[in-house]
Ligand binder design. Structure first.
Ligand SMILES: CC(C)(COP(=O)(O)OP(=O)(O)OC[C@H]1O[C@@H](n2cnc3c(N)ncnc32)[C@H](O)[C@@H]1OP(=O)(O)O)[C@@H](O)C(=O)NCCC(=O)NCCS
Length: 200
């Protein structure tokens, strides 16, 4: 007997998990690098155009976990890391923009897509940003990343700008789309942006 769609999606959601990574065991790091490698080969969207190799990726992620302004969130399907994203704060000197953080370098490995993991990662990071008292989340994306654009717009990110010379990929210049989302804090301000004086 076939299952109803709702039951199927509940089962999918139960297989997914997102957590903040502060230390990754060898198996987890290896799975993360494998997922990253596959995403880069597929057209990535988070900087690398050519896979830099396992060792460079391991060094990169170990480095990310040490940077005070960065939080690495990993997404798991059936316990295996298949995607990640980063919450990035402003450096300390940037008091004027301390109400805002960025979501960067989000991806899910091609073999794990379409199961809701990216949406779950985004929601977890938004929860974390709210808990840290951020009011605004920023992100940017290549014009060619259609799935990511659909995801961000479905989550309420507003496109406020287009960068005509955003990236060079395989000899072609691609535009970049810049998005922002205001995080509601409760209270009476519908956008939660009334009081920027309180930094996180
Ligand atoms: C964007 C990406 C992270 C989505 O990962 P995913 O786990 O497959 O996404 P989800 O299953 O959580 O889907 C969430 C939403 O994304 C959008 N989406 C996902 N795949 C899509 C596709 N192939 N076409 C159009 N929209 C798509 C939909 O809005 C979807 O919501 P829905 O299922 O309710 O329709 C993944 O495709 C990816 O890694 N792409 C390459 C890297 C990238 O573009 N990163 C962003 C750089 S800023």
């Amino acid at each position: 007997m076939s299952r109803a769609p709702a039951a199927r999606s509940e089962i999918q959601a139960a297989r997914l998990h997102v957590e903040r990574a502060t230390d990754l065991h060898e198996d987890d790091l290896s799975a993360l690098c494998e997922a990253t490698n596959a995403a880069i080969l597929d057209g990535g969207g988070f900087g690398w155009v050519n896979p830099p190799g396992q060792q460079a990726l391991e060094r990169y992620f170990r480095g990310v976990m040490l940077v005070p302004e960065r939080e690495l969130f990993v997404g798991r399907a059936d316990g295996v890391i298949t995607g990640c994203a980063q919450l990035v704060r402003q450096p300390r000197n940037n008091e004027a923009q301390s109400f805002a953080a960025s979501i960067m370098h989000a991806f899910v490995a091609p073999f794990a897509r379409g199961n809701g993991l990216a949406r779950l990662m985004m929601l977890r990071i938004e929860d974390r940003a709210r808990a840290l008292n951020y009011r605004v989340l920023n992100l940017d994306v290549r014009e060619s990343q259609e799935a990511a654009i659909a995801l961000y717009e479905s989550l309420g990110y507003e496109r406020w700008g287009v960068h005509p010379h955003y990236a060079r990929v395989r000899g072609r210049t691609v535009q970049g789309f810049f998005y922002m989302k205001t995080l509601k804090k409760g209270g009476t301000d519908p956008h939660g942006v009334g009081d920027f004086a309180q930094s996180p």
